[in-house]
Design a protein around this ligand. Structure first.
Ligand SMILES: NC(=O)c1ccc[n+]([C@@H]2O[C@H](COP(=O)([O-])OP(=O)(O)OC[C@H]3O[C@@H](n4cnc5c(N)ncnc54)[C@H](OP(=O)(O)O)[C@@H]3O)[C@@H](O)[C@H]2O)c1
Length: 225
C-alpha cells in the first residue's frame, strides 16, 4: 500500500489535485487531504484534516500513516503570497506568517512523516510545489521569496540527513488561480512588475491548474509504481 498527503486541497492547484487523487486508478491506499477550510466535496474513504499551517502554536495534528505503507508521498502545495509590500517598509514580524505557512508548517509535517516512515521502513517522497520566486527576487514579494526559498533548503537538509527521504522541487509556472488574481490587483507602488502579471492573463499565458495537477499526478504515478 502507498499513502499520500496533500495540503491546500481547497482551492487552485490543490483543488484540482484533490479531484485527481480521489480517483481509483492510482495504486494508493490512504489519502489524507489537509485544508484550512472544510472542502465542499469530500469522499468517505479518505481522511480530511482541517489545519491552519500558519498557527503559531504548531499543527498538533497526528497524520497516523498506514503502517503497511511502502511509499508515502507528501505534496506540499498550500501557500500564501501575502504580505506583498516593499522590502524597506515591511516589518520583519509580517514575514513570520508567510514563513509559517510556506515553510515551517509544511516542514513540521515533513518531519513527522520522516519519523513515521523510518519507523515502518517506508520511503518518503516530498513533492514541494516551489516557485521561480524561491530562486530570484521579485520586487514586492520579500515574504514569499524568503519563505519559498527557505522551504527548498529545509526539505533539502531533511533529505540529505535521511536516506529514506527524497525531495523534488516542482515549479508549476504561472497558473490561473486566486493567487494570480490577487497579484494582478496590486498597485505598481508596492509591486512594480504588476503589469507583467496582468499581461499573463490578457495574453492567455497562464497555465490551467488542471494541466499542472495532471503533471504532478504523473510524477506521483512514477514514484509509487
Ligand atoms: N499560481 C501561480 O501562478 C503559482 C506560481 C508558482 C508557484 N505557485 C505555488 O503553487 C501552490 C498553489 O498555489 P495556488 O495558485 O493554487 O494558490 P491559491 O489558489 O491561492 O490556493 C492556495 C491554497 O493554499 C491554502 N492555504 C493558504 N494559506 C493557508 C494556511 N494558513 N493554512 C492552510 N492552508 C493554507 C489555501 O487554503 P484556503 O482556501 O483555506 O485559503 C488554498 O487551498 C503554492 O504553493 C504557490 O506558492 C503558484
Amino acid at each position: 500500500m502507498n499513502s499520500i498527503i496533500l495540503t491546500g486541497a481547497s482551492r487552485g492547484l490543490g483543488h484540482e489535485l484533490h479531484k485527481l487523487l480521489v480517483l481509483d486508478d492510482l495504486p494508493l491506499g490512504q489519502r489524507v487531504f489537509i485544508s484550512r477550510r472544510p472542502l465542499a466535496e469530500t469522499h468517505v474513504n479518505h481522511r480530511y484534516i482541517q489545519a491552519d499551517l500558519g498557527r503559531k502554536d504548531g499543527l498538533n495534528t497526528s497524520l497516523d500513516i498506514a503502517p503497511d505503507s511502502k511509499v508515502v508521498v507528501f505534496i506540499n502545495n498550500a501557500g500564501t503570497i501575502e504580505p506583498i509590500g516593499k522590502a524597506v517598509d515591511m516589518p520583519t514580524l509580517n514575514i513570520e506568517n508567510a514563513l509559517r505557512v510556506n515553510c515551517l508548517g509544511p516542514l513540521s509535517l515533513a518531519q513527522q512523516l520522516a519519523v513515521e516512515t523510518r519507523e515502518i521502513g517506508a520511503r518518503l517522497f516530498i513533492l514541494n510545489v516551489s516557485s521561480g520566486a524561491a530562486r530570484r527576487p521579485i520586487k514586492g514579494w520579500m515574504a514569499y521569496c524568503v519563505s519559498k526559498a527557505a522551504a527548498v533548503m529545509a526539505f533539502d537538509v531533511l533529505a540529505a540527513e535521511n536516506d529514506h527521504v527524497e525531495v523534488q522541487h516542482f515549479d508549476p509556472g504561472v497558473m490561473d488561480t486566486d493567487m494570480q488574481n490577487h497579484i494582478r490587483q496590486q498597485t505598481a507602488d508596492v509591486m512594480p512588475d504588476v503589469e507583467l502579471f496582468r499581461g499573463f492573463k490578457t495574453d492567455q499565458a497562464l497555465k490551467s491548474p488542471r494541466e499542472v495537477a495532471e503533471e504532478i499526478v504523473s510524477i506521483v504515478r512514477d514514484v509509487i509504481r
